[in-house]
Design a binder for this molecule. Structure first.
Ligand code: NAD
Ligand code: TYD
Length: 341
């Protein structure tokens, strides 16, 4: 049995990861440590909660004593660190919690991993650490780090610390840098679920700037299959980019959502741009494909429609968010903070 501490497992990607792992294998025991911030939701784990290979602990990765207790009590030998503050717009409003959870929290996990001599530490990172691309070119693992937002700067710091623990102490660290994810259970502050729910609620769809910023989209299950592979087979001390070669302009995604839901483009509202808005992200994932044999299984055109349909048929999930305790977090940032053009 592999005893894994998964952090941030009640968020979008982490909960999809836990559900996927427990469904597909029985050689893992997962302890999910999650602070349950506005982005964490135990509803996401309904299908896993009764599994005897799973346990949940509400807590903060910055809590040294709690983290130490968990490693000791459960004999943790693997760490997969998803826990993070993850929204760029929120990091622009206030960076401190990003530094706290993403940098200091990762450091506390790394120190515990060193004390307890873990066999593997997977740091889940992002392509945003590389900064912004012009119209040509792709991020490779050797692209210099050049983060532009407080969010991406905090993630880059955590990556550097994780890799330094490998270099200095020989801790078996692996780092993944994935592109933008979409799929079920994503909190409706990020582009795709926000636009879906605004469309369903007959609200305006706020497109930042000229709408021509490009992101490279990957279905969450493809990311999680890649994370599983890197966790088991990745080379210690190595970074692996993950992307599905699905570059899209924001405006085209918004129009696709509108058309799939039978609505017209006049719901789009161009608003003032996000400060420091990165223009383009695009991933070269040759390394994970050739070294580890990974390839994405989901095509954007299909999987985005399935995602929209998931939100259509899971209104209880998102109604709890938009009407419940965290309703203030379901906002498009422009309404409160970025002024109209
Ligand atoms: P999310 O915001 O949906 O979930 C984050 C989870 O972490 C939440 O459950 C939250 O409660 C928990 N958390 C936050 N701070 C914590 C703390 N101090 N202690 C314990 N738990 C804490 O984020 P997500 O989109 O699922 O992203 C997960 C990871 O993947 C992050 O590290 C993010 O940087 C990375 N990532 C995300 C994307 C993307 O497109 N969403 C792409 C690449 C990488
Ligand atoms: P987001 O989902 O916040 O991810 P990230 O900034 O980490 O890439 O945003 C994706 C893109 O969509 C980004 O270029 C900003 C843009 N965007 C909008 O135009 N309007 C919105 O309301 C949001 C949330 C994002």
């Amino acid at each position: 049995m592999k005893k894994i501490l998964v952090t941030g497992g009640a968020g979008f990607i982490g909960s999809n990861f836990i559900n996927y792992m427990l469904k597909s294998r029985d050689d893992v025991f997962i302890v999910n440590l999650d602070k349950l911030t506005y982005a964490g939701n135990l509803e996401n784990l309904k299908e896993s909660e009764a599994n005897s290979n799973y346990t949940f602990i509400k807590g903060d990765i910055c809590n040294f004593e709690l983290v130490d207790y968990i490693f000791n009590k459960f004999g943790i030998k693997h760490v997969i660190n998803f826990a993070a503050e993850s929204h760029v717009d929120r990091s622009i409003l206030g960076s401190e919690i990003f530094f706290q959870s993403n940098v200091i929290g990762t450091n506390i996990l790394l120190e515990a991993a060193r004390r307890y001599q873990v066999e593997r530490f997977l740091q889940i990172s992002t392509d945003e650490v590389y900064g912004s691309l012009g119209p040509e070119g792709l991020f490779t693992e050797t692209t210099p780090l050049s983060p532009n937002s407080p969010y991406s700067a905090s993630k880059a710091s955590a990556d550097m610390m994780a890799l330094a623990f490998h270099h200095t102490y020989g801790l078996p660290v692996v780092v993944t840098r994935c592109s933008n994810n979409y799929g079920p259970l994503q909190f409706p502050e990020k582009l795709i679920p926000l636009m879906i729910l605004n469309t369903l609620g007959n609200k305006k769809l706020p497109v930042y700037g000229d709408g021509l910023n490009v992101r490279d989209w990957i279905y969450v299950i493809d990311h999680n299959r890649a994370a599983e592979l890197v966790w088991e087979k990745g080379n210690p001390g190595h970074v692996y980019n993950i992307g599905a070669e699905q570059e899209m302009k924001n405006i085209d995604i918004v129009k696709l959502i509108l058309s799939h839901l039978g609505k017209t483009d006049d719901m789009i509202e161009y608003v003032k741009d996000r400060p420091g808005h990165d223009r383009r992200y695009a991933i070269d994932s040759t390394k994970i494909k050739t070294e580890l044999g990974w390839k994405p299984e989901f095509k954007f055109e299909e999987a985005i429609k399935n995602t929209i349909d998931w939100y259509l048929s899971n209104n209880q999930w998102w109604e709890r968010i938009i009407n419940g305790a965290y309703k203030d977090y379901y906002i498009s940032m422009y309404q409160n903070f970025y002024k109209h053009k």
